[in-house]
Ligand binder design. Structure first.
Ligand code: PMV
Length: 340
């Protein structure tokens, strides 16, 4: 068997992608940074065959995920005409526990997309220029999971067409085309695990509910403004605006879930306890740190590296009390995928 191997990071969105149209196209431009420690490593093996796909995830074959990957591979066969004449064996491992309530689809689908693009290059012998290779991988990753479009790059990454960003596209993500202020280059993310169980409503179902959401148009307009304002804050190293926008996006995401039809709540009492503690301690300490939320109850605490020792006591003494078994994952902004 021939094989390729990629490791790709998870990411955390600062301006959220929530709502889509067409074939996995985002309803608003969105922006994240890639993590470093939370990543998926995927090895793809192939041989001549007739379209068989096997998946091993964290050392086990799981029918539910295998079915999803088979559907995905079938859905992209027009992009890779050779796929139906190959048998694929996919072996994926997450560095973070699968049940930790951290979006693993972004790192899983981006590492698989990178493997597929590398496999294509090996089979055809045709190499794309590096920027086009990653653009193609991002487009292929998007078709598996929207947020995965951003995980094929390191640092701050946007996805979705914006008048403010030349070169941006709904089809693929791209690294921000300007220099981010150096004060944001060391961003840390301590993920506070409030509840590690699989969430009751998937992101896929959540995106769907945006189609008839009463506040949808208002949301997309606001997200475009938050996107434009956040890019300015990133350029200038503007902590107050960064904090204001990132927290508004986190609460905004969850208020969209609560006000959809039917509405639902993914936040837990301890998510709210952590948020209140963060606000109180920020006011007291004047340290510029904040929180964001993914589509789940866990809290991402974002702060500058040089504030980490001052925040450590607050995290261990106050915030971990609200976590499941004092469970935390310490991560930081990362440099992007690696071919292994
Ligand atoms: O990529 P999906 O379809 O799992 O959706 C991700 C949605 C959020 O994680 C809530 C927001 C985002 O932009 O990553």
């Amino acid at each position: 068997m021939n094989k390729v191997h990629w490791q790709s990071p998870s990411n955390i969105a600062l301006v959220k992608y929530w709502g889509k149209h067409g074939v996995q196209l985002p309803s608003n431009p969105n922006l994240s940074f890639s993590l470093s420690e939370c990543n998926t490593s995927t090895e793809l093996q192939w041989k001549e065959g007739n379209g068989r796909v096997d998946l091993v995830l964290n050392g086990e074959s799981k029918e539910r995920y295998t079915a999803r990957i088979r559907d995905y591979i079938r859905s992209i066969d027009s992009q890779f005409p050779m796929l139906m004449e190959l048998d694929l064996h996919i072996d994926s491992t997450n560095t973070f526990p699968h049940s930790a309530g951290i979006a693993s689809s972004a790192s899983a689908m981006s590492s698989l997309a990178l493997c597929l693009c590398s496999m294509e290059e090996e089979i055809t012998g045709k190499k794309l220029p590096e920027d086009k290779f990653f653009q193609r991988a991002s487009n292929i990753a998007r078709l598996g999971s929207g947020s995965a479009a951003r995980s094929v790059y390191g640092g701050f990454v946007s996805w979705g067409k914006s008048d403010k960003l030349p070169g941006s596209s709904d089809k693929y993500g791209s690294p921000l085309p300007f220099e981010v202020h150096e004060s944001f280059s060391d961003l840390r993310d301590t993920i506070l695990i409030v509840d590690e169980r699989i969430k009751p409503v998937s992101s896929r179902a959540g995106h769907k509910r945006m189609a008839k959401h009463p506040y949808a148009q208002q949301r997309f307009k606001l997200a475009r403004k938050n996107f434009a304002d956040l890019t300015e804050a990133l350029k200038k190293g503007d902590d107050p605006n960064f904090i204001r926008i990132v927290e508004a996006e986190a609460l905004g995401l969850h208020s969209l879930m609560m006000s959809s039809n039917p509405g639902y709540v993914l936040l837990k009492a301890n998510t709210m306890n952590i948020i209140h503690r963060i606000r109180a301690f920020r006011e007291l300490s004047c340290i510029p740190f904040c929180y964001t939320l993914d589509a789940g109850p866990n809290v991402h605490l974002l702060y500058h590296d040089n504030d980490s020792s001052e925040l450590e006591e607050f995290i261990t003494e106050e915030l971990l009390l609200y976590c499941s078994d004092k469970y935390r994952i310490d991560d930081h902004i990362g440099t992007g995928p690696k071919k292994l």
